[in-house]
Design a protein around this ligand. Structure first.
Ligand code: ITT
Length: 214
């Protein structure tokens, strides 16, 4: 049998095509909660399963959708297994939608705290009525030999004046969802999942993922 192909009767596997361990944790919770009878593998587990290394793909797309597609298709092609990717970030209205697809490395480093401090400094003179922002997540499902599916989830909110809370990752300590007084870093993981951009995108994808089962 070709490496990476499913043997009959074995549980269906799905690779979580992300190298961000926080995303892996959130995706496992969201997909488990959706009740999918599917084995989820992170990239290291997928490499062990298919016996090949999976190269990192440059995120050259101009949109979340394009980058999610690139990541899912690269991992599915390298592993021979179905893969889902997540491209996500923070769009700040007063910064013309930035950091956007540059969210992970906005400060020039991959450091969450440095990214948060830079965004706060950039909106320091913006009044409370103009601090609107949104989290966006594009979820892409690539199955070898099939067209890629993309779903997008959005969480609208605004930026706090200072970081609060220690849950989550990235910009969670400065993001307050509309209708909330807490930042997403002050919510429990389950409370964040229930409303998050990632929860919305991957719950919209769940039926298509379920169709891989069996
Ligand atoms: P992969 O490409 O390997 O998935 P990454 O962290 O580089 O990992 P992205 O390019 O999609 O992923 O960048 C996502 C960034 O957007 C992330 O590092 C955070 O800074 C921010 N972000 C995305 N979702 C977030 C969330 O739920 N809470 C807070 N910040 C988030």
């Amino acid at each position: 049998m070709t490496a990476g192909r499913q043997a009959p009767g074995r549980p269906t596997v799905l690779v979580l095509a992300t190298r961000n361990s926080h995303k892996v944790g959130e995706l496992r919770r969201i997909l488990d909660e959706a009740g999918l009878a599917i084995e989820l593998l992170d990239v290291a587990e997928a490499e062990a399963r298919c016996g090949r290394s999976i190269p990192e793909v440059p995120e050259t797309g101009a949109t979340f959708e394009a980058n999610a597609r690139l990541k899912a298709e690269a991992v599915a092609a390298a592993s021979g297994l179905p893969a889902v990717a997540d491209d996500s970030g923070l769009r700040v209205a007063a910064l013309n939608g930035m950091p956007g697809v540059l969210s992970a490395r906005w400060s020039g480093t991959g450091d969450d705290l440095a990214n948060v401090e830079l965004v706060l400094a950039q909106v320091s003179d913006i009044g409370d009525d103009r601090r609107q922002a949104e989290f966006v997540c594009a979820a892409a499902l690539s199955v070898p030999g099939r067209d890629t599916l993309v779903e997008v989830g959005v969480l609208a909110g605004s930026l706090s004046r200072a970081p609060r809370g220690s849950n989550g990752f990235g910009y969670d300590p400065i993001f307050v969802p509309d209708g909330e007084s807490r930042t997403t870093a002050e919510m429990t993981p389950q409370q964040k999942d229930a409303i998050s951009h990632r929860g919305r995108a991957f719950r919209a994808m769940a039926a298509r993922i379920a169709s891989l089962e069996g």
